[in-house]
Design a protein around this ligand. Structure first.
Ligand code: CS2
Ligand code: MG
Length: 408
């Protein structure tokens, strides 16, 4: 069996999804996702200029060897651009493998450990009142887990890290289109004084059955994060996410010394080497890496196994940063992983997105059910793709009130 060609498409409803399609001489094709949020053309270029020319003629069944070939063979290893490109190839090769076998991917991993995988929704509010409404909505839709984010009194609008407009409880910012980054303002002091009590009020209102997650989005210093984690311990969060920037792993030791609040990290990681120390030292509780930036199924599966050894659960980064192809890859891993925790889920499932990426995967009452279709179980409608084109966009840039650049 041989790979005969491969194509990269960029575009989608409200997002520049980067979709790879690998064709074989036997008519079977595979799909992969290389969507590197706000830098989408880079993995696409890496695929087109460097990886696809080598792929032609390779045997698509050798997914491990091909992964190693592109990972080790590049000499310059890792990084989100290369790993998103390798990740897309790897997903597509697993898709082909499943189609050859006539089996859904979860069966190739070892079969289902559960039927539905719990997902968490993004509850957002311009203020606490809106956030409460947002949580109520999701609870009524059956969600058992929500990530809760709200605007901080006295912090300029937009400083609420991914918070919706007043009255709009579902409009989490996903569209970064523009010719330059928006500037957001951050004030740690105001956040630290407000958010722990706000989490307490949410707990009082919704009780302990609702799983509450909160994303600090890399904004705190290690000591501040430790203090925050200690203060919110009583509210029993399901997790506290990205309390500090992910590149300083020693920060996690400081947090651990002071608190038992569960810690989730890893949405910016792109290899097992970014998280093996954190996992083996029991410094985190949930690993947030994604199939796209993390180098695909081959590397995620290895991370899941390592995490299982150390009682770390999965909490993969999710939509809308990645396409339904990546979501499907993670969906199959979630169905199988003995140490599955929760899956992030947002926005996918719009009619436009479903038309571009048809599938039988289902979201029901806060649970994601993968279909029994062979491979990833997602298709890509090239005709539909013609409706979309690449639009430049940027993540916002955060500044402190005195102008100092801070972490987005
Ligand atoms: C966020 C992300 O989902 C999350 O937890 O931290 O939405 C993040 O802001 C984006 O993926 C950045 O591309
Ligand atoms: Mg996050």
């Amino acid at each position: 069996m041989k790979i005969t060609s491969a194509e990269v498409f960029i575009g989608g409803p409200g997002k520049n999804y980067v979709t790879l399609k690998i064709m074989t001489d036997q008519g079977i094709y595979g799909l992969g996702d290389a969507t590197l949020n706000t830098r989408e053309t880079l993995p696409a270029h890496y695929l087109k200029e460097y990886l696809i020319p080598c792929l032609i003629g390779m045997d698509p069944r050798k997914s491990e060897d091909i992964w190693q070939f592109f990972y080790r063979g590049a000499y310059f290893r890792r990084g989100p651009i290369a790993m998103a490109a390798i990740g897309a190839i790897d997903m597509a090769l697993w898709d082909i493998k499943g189609k050859i076998a006539g089996l859904p991917l979860y069966d190739l991993f070892g079969g289902k450990s559960r039927e539905g995988a719990m997902v968490y929704a993004h509850a957002s509010g311009n203020d606490l009142e809106d956030l409460m409404d947002s949580i109520t909505q999701y609870r009524e839709e059956g969600y058992q887990a929500v990530r809760v984010q709200c605007g901080i009194p006295g912090m300029p609008k937009g400083g609420g890290y991914a918070v919706a407009d007043k009255g709009n409880t579902k409009n989490y910012i996903t569209n970064f289109v523009g010719d330059g980054p928006k500037i957001e303002t951050w004030n740690t002091d105001k956040y630290m004084r407000y958010m722990p009590d706000a989490l307490g009020e949410i707990r009082d209102k919704f009780g302990f059955d609702m799983r509450l997650l909160h994303d600090v989005h890399h904004r705190l210093l290690p000591r501040e994060a430790a203090q925050f984690a200690k203060e919110v311990e009583q509210h029993r969060l399901y997790w506290l996410e990205d309390p500090t920037p992910a590149e300083d792993q020693s920060a996690l030791e400081i947090i651990r010394q002071h608190s038992t609040t569960p810690i989730a990290i890893g949405e910016v990681f792109n290899s097992i080497y970014d998280c093996n120390k954190l996992i083996q030292s029991n410094l985190i509780d949930f690993i947030r890496i994604s199939a796209t930036y993390g180098g695909g199924i081959t590397s995620l599966k290895r991370i899941v196994d390592l995490a299982a050894l150390h009682n770390v659960q999965t909490g993969f980064h999710g939509a809308p940063s990645h396409s339904p192809i990546s979501m499907a890859a993670q969906g199959h891993l979630n169905a199988w992983a003995p140490n599955f925790g929760v899956q992030e889920y947002l926005v996918l499932g719009t009619p436009e997105c479903d038309a571009l990426f048809p599938s039988e995967h289902k979201m029901e009452k806060g649970f994601f059910y993968v279909s029994d279709a062979p491979g990833l179980g997602v298709d890509f409608d090239e005709k539909e793709a013609e409706r979309y084109e690449f639009k430049r966009g940027y993540h916002p840039v955060t500044r402190l009130e005195d102008g100092t650049v801070w972490n987005y």
